[in-house]
Design a protein around this ligand. Structure first.
Ligand code: AMP
Ligand code: ZN
Ligand code: ZN
Length: 332
């Protein structure tokens, strides 16, 4: 296989474009695709300060890297979700990138700030982990960006991610979600920042190839909570289709943006106002994140009251506490 540009040995094949590149020309291709996405969708200008949400995975580290190479003023933001070794390892990879490249990084520590992990938020409020995690990330992306004066947050969502979400939304005819699925979500409130996905034109295997060619060390493991997630099933299904017919994901997602999305216009959104507790935009009085964290904190307080510091001497346990309780069991 030969590079389309220089006819040297190709290292990356891009079947959906019927082409292949050597490492040097692959980087050129990749940067061009990102620059084109940013310009066509008017995501960023070189005057913007952009906050890049970095998880330590290939997509977001590649995004941070390519935005900096394209000359954007890009600061990283890592959120420690408190998911055991997975979170520790992803933080190490993110910090290592920042140090090696002299890039500025903000670290938000959920367990340090809120006293519990996203898994504990989930358990305490009867949500599934991924829902508590997604809610926390969306909330903190906006809040941290605002507090540090960034007008825009960029995430590493790629073509595979967006096509899988689209497939899920189509399978269940989630018309409200379909109307809101886009590479750019513009601010609709003074306390809301714009969110952009500069990788919507780029396949997952291309972001992995970019990270490898650029020598970026990233966490390969998926989040342990994502095992069995629907989104992974949809990705597998699309990979099967892509294998048989290269270009399927692209035609599904780009076709949707061009032809499907105009047909599913969003209903007029409810008016946003400031959360009375934290000031972040919400449709109700108290935002979903404050409701979740306050409920979880309340559950914790009740559990601590029920669980004495040293186990009772009496064989009779306090109500709701198992006889051998050292620590309270998780509320399910
Ligand atoms: P995911 O929701 O895990 O598929 O991640 C989608 C995007 O969200 C990533 O590409 C990152 O931009 C961002 N992201 C995910 N996890 C984190 C994290 N712990 N800290 C900061 N950004 C994150
Ligand atoms: Zn070449
Ligand atoms: Zn709030």
């Amino acid at each position: 296989m030969r590079c389309r540009k220089c006819h040297g040995t190709a290292t990356v094949e891009i079947r959906r474009h019927h082409t292949a590149f050597c490492s040097e020309h692959f980087l050129e291709f990749f940067e061009r695709q990102v620059a084109r996405a940013i310009e066509e969708e008017r995501m960023l200008t070189h005057r913007d300060r952009v906050l890049v949400a970095v998880s330590g995975g290939k997509d977001s580290l590649a995004l941070w890297d390519v935005l900096r190479r394209l000359g954007y003023d890009a600061t990283g933001m890592y959120i420690n979700l408190g998911i055991g070794e997975y979170s520790r390892e992803s933080q190490r990879k993110t910090v290592a990138y920042a140090e090696a490249h002299g890039a500025e990084l903000l670290i938000v520590d959920i367990p340090g700030q809120y006293g519990m992990s996203v898994e504990e938020f989930a358990r305490a409020t009867g949500r599934v982990s991924c829902s508590a995690c997604g809610l926390s990330k969306r909330y903190l992306f906006n809040r941290v960006a605002l507090e540090h004066g960034f007008g825009v947050v960029a995430t590493g969502h790629n073509l595979d991610d967006e096509a899988a979400v689209l497939l899920g939304n189509l399978l269940h005819w989630q018309t409200e979600y379909l109307a809101r699925q886009a590479p750019v979500l513009r601010s609709a409130h003074p306390h809301q920042v714009t969110k952009v996905k500069p990788f919507y034109r780029i396949a997952e295997r291309e972001t992995a190839a970019y990270a490898i060619v650029r020598g970026i060390d990233y966490i390969v493991d998926e989040c342990p909570n994502s095992v069995g997630a629907r989104s992974l099933l949809y990705k597998e299904a699309l990979n099967l289709l892509e294998q048989a017919a290269p270009g399927t994901k692209q035609s599904l997602y780009w076709g949707f943006l061009e032809r499907g999305r105009p047909l599913v216009r969003a209903q007029d959104g409810a008016t946003l106002r400031d959360c009375v507790h934290c000031g972040q935009p919400t449709t109700g009085e108290v935002c979903a994140f404050c409701r979740m964290t306050e409920r979880a904190a309340e559950r914790m307080r009740v559990r601590r009251m029920r669980t004495p510091a040293s186990p009772p001497v009496s064989p009779e346990p306090a109500p709701g506490v198992p006889a051998a309780a050292g620590a309270a069991p998780p509320d399910r």
